[in-house]
Design a protein. Structure first.
Length: 586
């Protein structure tokens, strides 16, 4: 209870009193301790211990928000729940909800309203104690993750390390971020404004360029310099789709109406890349725009979108009805306002993936449509118009392309970046991805993607290690988004050993025990590691030679991580480079 609650006068409490109570609730959830009462704090200020003194792994941002929410003086607290939500990195947002009917002609209506909330994940990857490299290991867990989800127009997710002894080893926590979704329908329109009259952006920063698609047959490529390249050109009651001067544009000038245009072709499994430029929008940027795939003649298909106010979603349109496969969710990756964003939509099999500015934001599955056209769309959710320009579209066959590749030259390509308070580091170096570990834990960083049957290729260079090279490094596949980082660890060592291990709720099981191989380059050298995770087969190749394999069916899909550990008092540093993830042959 806040101190003012003890006052018996009229008007002694207001919404700031609830802010205090919420801060106290978060304090208790994150630290496991009940905070001192307001009267105890006033009588003895030293009785209040800041959260990070109890749990050092709580982020400074979260601690600052909790402390400000629990200020004794009302005027020193957040003055509203919304401002506290903002300080915690949350967002409360209104956007129209799923529609119910559609008409032909490249337009759909989107009635209704809804409340969107965003629950960002504040989870740095956690280190984990490795099982012993030699011999039979019996070990105890050093801790677990803590997840607190509290209602105040949002969910707050924090993964924290637990306490534990320095007894024998086990893994703890690996975090990845995922997402969710929502839908939207459409009616017919005719524009009152031409695109030129709506205005041009004052600033269109270049988008973050995604990793180029390795391989793949190019099915369609268009810079829109030729206005006869086949895309739809239409005018509706409240909008237009057509060619501009070297771009394709969509103008949506009717509230909750979506316009779209298609390429007039038919595709199966594809990867679609396109640059999008918001030229005009409502003052609050409440709109939606993006890519359509597997579009049917009646407009049904899949819709992968972002918005001018920094949201993204994936919808299915079926018989004119919109269903959210991934609901509107906020992301700092999406550039807001009149800016440029690069969208990549992967429509392969029953899997739909949205990647924006090189970072995967959402992935979901649906088997309603196996093939169809590709298209672009835009919607305004206000009375003010939205105009989006599309450029440099490229459609590649997903069956022949690499799923993901990274040379780590872009430090914003989406891999985990974090460090412990004791000097262990996972981050980008000068064109490499670096794992530095000095305390006998497994340290790793995840790509923050989700894969099923894949082949992973990466160059791993040992930069430093114990004098006897007693360490471990390599690739984790099918990493689960739980507190233990469950999955498969496929690793080699500086002294020429290799192993394949399964992590299950923090317990490590040797599927292939540490074994020496003269194929592995020892010491401070580079090894090319290839890991196959296909069906129930987990296989290791080093320097293009087969090493070993095992059959295990506990995990069918998950993320990919790059990892390292030391088994001595001396640190190990590994640099990873030239990573390519391809689809495994059936």
């Amino acid at each position: 209870a806040p101190p003012e609650q003890y006052d018996m006068g009229m008007g002694h409490t207001d919404p700031r009193s609830d802010v205090y109570s919420f801060g106290a609730t978060l304090y208790h959830a994150f630290t496991g301790r009940t905070p001192p009462t307001a009267t105890q704090r006033m009588a003895n200020p030293a009785s209040f211990i800041s959260p990070r003194r109890i749990r050092a792994d709580i982020s400074p941002r979260t601690e600052d928000a909790v402390l400000k929410g629990m200020e004794v003086a009302m005027n020193s607290r957040f003055q509203s729940a919304a401002s506290m939500a903002e300080a915690l990195g949350l967002a409360v947002h209104h956007r129209p909800t799923a529609p119910q009917q559609s008409t032909t002609g490249g337009t759909m209506i989107i009635p209704g309203a809804r409340l969107d909330t965003h629950a960002p994940a504040e989870y740095p990857s956690a280190p984990m104690k490795p099982p012993r490299k030699r011999g039979i290991g019996l070990w105890l867990g050093i801790g677990g993750g803590a997840l607190a989800c509290l209602a105040l127009a949002a969910c707050i997710v924090i993964v924290a390390l637990g306490g534990g002894g320095d007894a024998t080893p086990t893994p703890v926590a690996q975090a990845t971020a995922t997402s969710t979704a929502i839908s939207t329908p459409m009616p017919t329109l005719q524009p009152t404004n031409t695109p030129e009259s709506v205005g041009v952006p004052t600033e269109t920063p270049a988008p973050l360029q995604p990793t180029p698609i390795a391989g793949g047959n190019v099915l369609l490529e268009d810079s829109f310099d030729d206005p006869n390249s086949g895309w739809e050109e239409k005018e509706f009651d409240n909008g237009t789709v057509g060619y501009g001067d070297g771009y394709y544009y969509i103008l949506s000038a009717g509230e909750s109406l979506m316009n779209w245009g298609t390429a007039g072709q038919d595709f199966g499994d594809v990867i679609i890349d396109v640059d999008t430029i918001q030229v005009s929008a409502p003052t609050n940027n409440n709109n939606g725009y993006g890519v359509m795939c597997r579009v049917q003649e009646n407009g049904d298909g899949y819709l992968l979108r972002i918005s001018g106010d920094g949201y993204y979603s994936i919808y299915r349109i079926l018989e004119g009805a919109f269903e959210a496969l991934v609901s509107w969710t906020s992301s700092s990756v999406v550039r807001q306002g009149n800016a440029t964003n690069h969208i990549r939509a992967v429509c392969e099999g029953d899997q739909l993936t949205l990647i924006v500015n090189g970072e995967q934001l959402a992935q979901t599955t649906d088997a309603s449509f196996a093939s169809g056209d590709v298209g672009m769309s835009a919607t305004t959710y206000e009375v003010e118009a939205t105009e989006i320009r599309f450029d440099d579209v490229r459609v590649v066959s997903a069956q022949e392309a690499a799923l993901f590749s990274d040379d780590f030259s872009d430090p914003n390509s989406g891999w985990d970046v974090w460090e412990t308070g004791t000097g262990d580091v996972v981050d980008y170096g000068n064109g490499v991805y670096r794992v530095y570990e000095m305390e006998g834990y497994w340290m790793w960083g995840a790509s923050n993607h989700h894969f099923t049957d894949i082949v992973i290729d990466v160059d791993a260079t040992q930069i430093s290690a114990p004098a006897n090279n007693n360490n471990g490094y390599g690739v984790f596949c099918r990493v689960q988004p739980n507190e233990w980082g469950d999955g498969y660890a496929v690793t080699i060592s500086g002294d020429g050993f290799y192993s394949i291990q399964k992590i299950s709720q923090g317990d490590w099981t040797e599927l292939v025990e540490w074994t020496r191989s003269n194929v592995i380059n020892q010491g401070n050298a580079t090894n090319h590691i290839q890991v196959v995770c296909s069906g129930s087969r987990i296989a290791l190749f080093v320097n293009d030679q087969f090493i070993d394999e095992v059959i295990d069916a506990d995990y069918a899909s998950g993320d990919v991580s790059l990892a390292a550990t030391t088994y001595e008092d001396t640190a190990t540093e590994i640099h990873f480079d030239n990573l390519v993830i391809r689809r495994a042959n059936p």
